[in-house]
Write a new protein. Sequence first.
Length: 112
Amino acid sequence: MRDELGVQPIRHALLARLVPLGRRVPAVVAYDNFQVQPEAMDAYVQMPTEVAQAHYERVSRYTTSAFLRSKLGHALQQRGVAPHIFEHEQEAHEHLRRIEDAAALGINPRST
């Protein structure tokens, strides 16, 4: 992602899939093979935060890049979003399942 304009096609693609569902859904967001330039970081982090608040019931994120985990984690934390980004896809899916299991049992998933 080079600049703020690169965020719009991603936003439109997400909304085209999520809005017709008419409900919030669980999501695993993959940041593998993704690069974002510093000048686009704010716009990029703001967009998925807004999409998540409106359309995701629960969300888990991952990337194998330690550098990107650090940069995105810090940017998310600044926006009051849980900053943990998993290293592997399987870990992100397992975390999402644990949250769903806790919610099904009536346990606040944010306290687990």
